[in-house]
Every structure is written in C-alpha cells, then in structure tokens.
Design a protein around this ligand. Structure first.
Ligand code: F6P
Length: 368
C-alpha cells in the first residue's frame, strides 16, 4: 500500500454552506492525527487543469467552520474531460485530463479528495478510472447524490427555504394573495418537499409528481371554500410545466451539468393569476439558498465526512465516497452514488404524511 504523505483536495460544483466545515475537518484530521501535508486546488477542477493550489495547514482552516462557501473557490463549469474550445461554428470539446494527471504528479499528490455533487463526483470517478487514487465527499443543496441519506449543504438550504415560506405567510395572509415560491434542487424535489412541509406550504410541486394548473386551482379553491383567503405554493425549479417541458434559464458550455433551470415559478404565477380570483406574486429564492453560515447539522455532518474521508484515504479505499446511513458514516462506491440521481419517492412516507394533512401536490390525488 502507498504511504500517504500528501493529500490534494478540491471543492467542485456549486458552493454551499458546509464546504468549509468539511475542508476544515479534513485538513485538521490529516495534519493533526497523521502528520500529512494537504494542498487545496483552487476553483474545483480548474485548479488541477491550471495547476493552481495553496498549502492548507492546521491554522489555515481555523475559524472557517461557520463560513459559508469555500475558501478554495468552486466551479461548476470545468470538466477536464470536456473542455470547450471556441470555434466558428460554436465550441468543440477536448479531453484535457492528462493535464490533471500531470498536476497531481508534479505535486506528488498521493490521494485526491473531491468534495462535490454528482457532477464533481462523476469526474472524480473518471479520474479514478485513469488511476488517480480518489475519495469523494458528497455536498449539494439538491440532496440528489445517491448512496447517502443526506449531503452537506442540504440542511442549510432547507432551513433558508423554510424560513422564506414562514415569512411569506404573513404577507400572503394580509393581502389575500397566492404566493408562489420557486426553490432550487435541479431535477430533484427535496428542497421543495421538505421546506414545503416544514413551512406549512399549501401546495408543493416537485419534478417527481406530475401536476396540472386545474388541480392546483381546484385545491386552492377548496381552501377558499373553507375560508382561507391566501395560499402558499412551493415549486421546485425542476418541476416540469404541465405540458411537459422544464423551464430553462441558460445553458453553460463545458459544465458537467450544462442546463441551468429557473423560471417555472413565474410561469405558474401567471397561469394561476389568470384562472383564480386572487392576486398572485412569485419569489425566486435562487442563490440565497446557497449562502451564509451552515446549520449545526451541516457543520456536524461535514465534520464527520471530512474526518471519515481521511480515514478512507489512510485505508486506501480508492473510488469510495463517504456517506450517511442511519446514524453511521459508511463508504459507498462513487460509481454507485452517481449512477442515478436520488429523487423523491412519490409513494414515500413524507409525501403520504403531507397528503394526510391535505397538502396538495397539484396532481388531483385526494388526501381522503
Ligand atoms: O446544484 C446546486 C444548484 O444550486 C442547483 O440547485 C441549481 O439549479 C444550480 O446549482 C444553479 O447553478 P448556478 O450556480 O450555475 O446558477
């Protein structure tokens, strides 16, 4: 087994609260317990492509536990296996993973830890297939990485979205309005479902449950008949419109996940405003969900993951991702974790509980 003297770490994909907490734990465990040197590569895989890094010692990560974002910088547009090269007819794509391997060799990195979501972890797996000793740490507000019950960042985003739903109640009630709240999550409805339930949303629309304007209007109409003169609708950015298409904000060339979603909340608000006798407003929470200090749960999870990633490195568990199962930290193959995105089970217990208390999913399924 290789002796580990030097760990490289990067934070890839969209940033989120808790990334710094994971970095801190990894660096402190590596340096304090094992006397291993750590280098942080900057801006996700860009730092490995361009050879940009900084040493990370015990003191460099002191005080970052509560800081949002990542001190290393992140990028969700640098896939070394698909680097865009501008051309007259649009970009073509080149595999530059050799440059990554060269950077790791130049710095004599014995193990690479990738802290990221499914895009970052997929690239990590590909690098593993090229012989890079790699370990993964799951982070994403979307909570869609497989093999782990929760990823770092989700609890913080859920908490921010819940707070927004809470706050919208009083203004919706005062003006007798329908408030539509669009939350992130890409093609998974975790933030919408859990913040919707935690915040007492009246209608929750997620990608995993097909909905219609008519069913949403009917359920809001039932609330009106019961004397409720306002409604809160929480919609996931990836919830396809009833005609089937997701609403796309932009396409980012060279990104592992090039499609950026956004805008379905506005579409829904306009449609509901046209068929219901209520003023309707919409709010897009957007990147607010990724900002600020991590919640205590995220700090704890990130600390456990960071320390466990160092254990995985020391045991040569290449290709493994640390994960949460029940109350235990386990290892799962990165390949399994990224095989399929983890999405909400429409028949699951939380959806059933929400239906039981008459929360609408806009699908015409009665809760009785
Ligand atoms: O994957 C995290 C996430 O915040 C998604 O929820 C969202 O769709 C996307 O990233 C936004 O990406 P960007 O920061 O490039 O706008």
């Amino acid at each position: 087994m290789t002796t580990i003297r030097h760990i490289g770490v990067l934070t890839g994909g969209g940033d989120c609260p808790g990334m710094n907490a994971a970095l801190r734990a990894l660096v402190k465990a590596a340096t304090h317990r094992h006397g291993i040197r750590v280098s942080g590569f900057l801006d996700g895989f860009a730092g490995l492509l361009d050879d940009a890094s900084r040493p990370l010692g015990f003191d460099d990560v002191s005080g970052i536990l509560t800081q949002g974002g990542t001190i290393l910088g992140a990028s969700n547009r640098h896939d070394p296996f698909r680097v865009p090269v501008p051309g007259p007819g649009g970009p073509t794509y080149r595999d530059r993973s050799d440059a990554v391997l060269a950077t790791l060799a130049r710095h004599e990195v014995d193990a690479l830890v990738a802290i990221g979501g499914d895009g970052t972890l997929r690239i990590a797996r590909q690098l593993g297939a090229r012989g890079v000793p790699v370990v993964g740490v799951p982070k994403t507000i979307d909570n869609d990485v497989g093999g782990t019950e929760v990823s770092v960042g989700f609890d913080s985003a859920r908490s921010i979205a819940t707070d927004a739903v809470d706050r919208l109640h009083s203004t919706a009630a005062s003006h007798h309005r329908i408030m539509v709240v669009e939350v992130m999550g890409r093609h998974a409805g975790w933030i919408a479902l859990e913040a919707g339930v935690a915040g007492g949303g009246d209608v929750i629309l997620i990608p995993e449950i097909r909905w219609s304007y008519e069913a949403v209007a009917r359920d809001i109409g039932e609330r009106t008949a019961r004397g409720r003169r306002f409604s809160i609708v929480v919609i996931a950015e990836g919830a396809p419109r009833p005609d089937g298409g997701t609403v796309v904000r932009e396409i980012v060339a060279g990104s592992p996940e090039p499609v950026r979603l956004g805008g379905v909340g506005a579409v829904l608000a306009q449609a509901l405003g046209a068929i219901l006798p209520f003023e309707t407003r919409y709010v897009v929470l957007g990147h607010v969900q990724r900002g600020g200090a991590p919640t205590p749960s995220d700090r704890i999870l990130a600390t456990r993951f960071g320390a466990a990633a160092v254990d995985a490195v020391m045991e040569g568990a290449w290709g493994a991702m640390v994960a949460l199962r029940g109350d235990r930290i386990v290892r799962v193959p990165i390949a399994d974790a990224v095989a399929e995105p983890k999405v909400v089970d429409p028949e699951g217990e939380l959806v059933a509980a929400a239906r039981a208390i008459k929360t609408s999913f806009g699908d015409g399924v009665s809760s009785t």
